[in-house]
Write a protein that binds this ligand. Structure first.
Ligand SMILES: [Zn+2]
Length: 299
């Protein structure tokens, strides 16, 4: 039920407290969540993120803890910020070191690195500068470096035979090109923000599409297009996520998001596809099991 394929757990804990994190994991356990993935964005954040989750688990009772240990998975990847683009060789090395150390470290999560990412291309320029980029950062050298960083991570995923979590904003053509260059079509186009034609291209190559709370922001005038898109995504390729702490779904838009709120996105998408929320949960969980190669829900 209500699996969330994409959230940034340490941001939630840093902004609140480990107690808040423990409470959140307990609520997810109470909702019988099958799968939750803590997503990496920095070459050296993997071990730290695991420690944040473990600290929260230490604050939970045995029953909730056991359930949370069962549903929590991790990815490791590099978001295309300017520093990581410039120092990409070094960052990939660091990422691989973190992955090795993660696997070697004893504990319940040693075998829980289930994806590479999020990585990809972001050509969105926010004039307020809140996403850390200024206009001068959008030049050929940065674009080429960013594509290279993306392709290096796709190669790493290919080598490790793990699915890849693609971040792609205002960069459809270039994203498709990098993916085609890599020859590796295994993973998720996360927080999907393009239209129907673009979705067809990704789906035809074998990618999964993951929908975040942003789909619930659709204006009335664009609702028919959104319904067409959401109904087009095949049953065996659809996933849902929060990308929390960002993008809280309607009716919670504007609040800090968290994985418990993913329910609202399931309800919205199920409504657009004319299925029940329960049916959509079952589909998503089946897809998660297939994509990440993990035991099906209920086992
Ligand atoms: Zn994210």
């Amino acid at each position: 039920m209500f699996s969330d394929t994409h959230f940034h757990f340490h941001y939630l804990v840093e902004k609140n407290s480990p107690e808040f994190g423990a409470e959140l994991l307990s609520k997810m356990a109470d909702a019988d969540v099958y799968f939750g993935m803590d997503i990496g964005t920095d070459s050296s954040d993997l071990l730290y993120r695991r420690k944040v989750v473990e600290d929260c688990l230490d604050r939970m009772d045995d029953d909730h803890r056991r359930k949370a240990e069962k549903f929590m998975y991790f990815s490791a990847g590099i978001w295309p910020d300017i520093d990581s683009i410039v120092n990409r060789e070094e960052c990939i090395k660091k990422l691989e070191e973190q992955i090795e150390a993660f696997k070697k470290k004893d504990g319940v999560f040693s075998g829980r690195l289930a994806a590479i990412g999020e990585g990809g291309l972001d050509h969105h320029w926010n004039p307020s500068g809140t996403d850390g980029r200024c206009k001068e950062d959008f030049n050929a050298a940065v674009y080429n470096g960013e594509a290279e960083l993306f392709e290096m991570q796709l190669q790493l995923a290919k080598k490790m035979q793990l699915p890849f979590i693609v971040h792609s904003r205002d960069a459809y053509e270039d994203t498709l090109q990098c993916i085609k260059n890599s020859g590796y079509n295994n993973g998720i186009i996360h927080c999907y923000s393009y239209g129907l034609e673009e979705a067809k291209s990704f789906l035809d190559l074998g990618w999964y599409i993951s929908l975040s709370g942003s789909v619930t922001y659709t204006k009335k005038s664009r609702m028919e297009d959104m319904k067409k898109l959401l109904s087009y995504i095949p049953d065996d390729r659809i996933l849902l996520e929060t990308d929390s702490p960002y993008l809280a779904p309607v009716p919670l838009r504007g609040n800090p998001n968290n994985p418990v709120f993913v329910r609202h996105t399931y309800e919205f998408v199920a409504g657009c596809r004319n299925v029940s929320t329960e049916e959509l949960c079952v589909l998503a969980d089946k897809n998660i099991s297939a994509l990440f190669n993990i035991p099906p829900a209920g086992l």
